[in-house]
Design a protein around this ligand. Structure first.
Ligand code: AHG
Ligand code: MN
Ligand code: MN
Length: 346
């Protein structure tokens, strides 16, 4: 599949996310309004989590994790808190039939109060991505992926509803809690980015039709693991560092997939989390990290690979499955794949 670059008809600068969702609803494949309501719920949860993330530095003042705060509420680690906020928001609004999360061992089945389980969508989330960056005031994010269930509506969800190949996603996106907070998402009609005006709590369309430059000059990888990487990855890293043509490239690695991806999409670059001799499938999770980012990448004219083939074509077998990940500007990902092909199996 080539990325669909159809630009939303109704995109206007300064349009709010709420307006954009309503005005582009007819673009959705099955436009019953349900997906719009779901994205609205994610927008709401994003604002709540943003508020919590912004206060992170105050935790030591208000009480540490495990303590109670001034209101007598339990202080929680932010990734647990973000998980609860997203799940609560989606549950309360009764708009999904199931949720899977990095923070939950099992998927959650949601029975709507009308007892008919009529909702059609399941959501998979990484509620707080890059959470090791929280303590040092560096950008973190949330990643979400949305599918239509494959089992009949009116029955509880099963594992089959969650273990769908990424090419069946109906929407995916991320929130980046950075110098400004943005929500970036796709419903298969290109990628649009919305920036939060914190004073009034409204997201505005600030980055319409985002695309990866065809190639770039940034490579993002945890080079501390270099010694454990397969030969093809080592060779590609050396290629990035070689003085020739537009190289050497610049190395930039935040350690927060959302932030590294976001920067690379704007500036041009490649993100890599390869397999290694100590982690055979790499680190990142297929269902709520790699698939949503791969859908966004393809919708933004970029590419996402496990080193050999397309991420979105992998048939998942487990909820928390890991997969090697190479994602970003199309030509850079192709070049990395070429090096891995040449080096052969490690
Ligand atoms: P999470 O915080 O959800 O566990 O994800 C962290 C991920 C990803 O965001 C990041 O790029 C990567 O782990 C960093 O891993 P290393 O510290 O091994 O480089
Ligand atoms: Mn993560
Ligand atoms: Mn996480």
């Amino acid at each position: 599949m080539t990325a669909n670059t159809t630009f939303p008809k109704m995109a206007r600068k300064n349009q709010t996310l709420g307006e954009f969702i309503i005005e582009n609803q007819s673009e959705f494949m099955y436009s019953s309004g349900e997906l719009s309501k779901l994205i609205n719920a994610i927008r709401l949860a994003a604002k709540v989590v943003n508020h919590e993330v912004n206060k992170a530095g105050l935790v030591d003042i208000l009480g540490t994790a495990g303590d109670t705060n001034v209101q007598g509420e339990d202080q929680q680690k932010l990734d647990v808190l973000a998980n609860e906020k997203f799940i609560q928001t989606l549950k309360n609004r009764e708009i999904v039939c199931g949720i899977a999360s990095e923070e939950e061992d099992h998927y959650i089945s949601i029975n709507s109060q009308d007892e008919k389980h009529q909702n059609k969508y399941v959501v998979l989330i990484d509620p707080l991505d890059g959470s090791s960056n929280i303590d040092v005031n560096v950008s973190v994010g949330t990643i979400f992926s949305i599918y239509r269930r494959v089992t009949p509506t009116g029955t509880p969800v099963t594992m089959e509803d969650f273990l769908q190949a990424g090419n069946r996603q109906v929407a995916a996106g991320y929130i980046i809690y950075g110098t400004s907070t943005m929500l970036v998402y796709t419903t298969g009609h290109g990628v649009n980015g919305f920036t939060l005006n914190p004073a009034i709590g409204t997201f505005y369309l600030s980055h319409p039709n985002m695309t990866f430059p065809e190639t770039g000059k940034i490579y993002s990888v945890n080079e501390g693991n270099y010694i454990h990487f397969p030969q093809g990855v080592k060779d590609y890293i050396k290629y990035c560092q070689m003085e020739e043509g537009d190289r050497p490239y610049t190395s930039r690695y935040i350690g927060s997939l959302v932030s590294d991806f976001h920067r690379n999409m704007i500036k041009g670059g490649i993100y890599m989390y390869p397999k290694s001799s100590v982690a055979q499938a790499g680190k990142l999770r297929l269902l709520y990290e790699c698939n949503p980012m791969a859908f966004l990448a393809e919708q933004a004219n970029g590419k996402a690979s496990d080193g050999e083939g397309r991420i979105l074509d992998i048939q998942p077998t487990e909820l928390h499955q890991r997969v090697p990940f190479f994602c970003g500007s199309r030509k850079m990902v192709e070049k990395a794949e070429e090096f891995m092909r040449k080096a052969g199996k490690p």
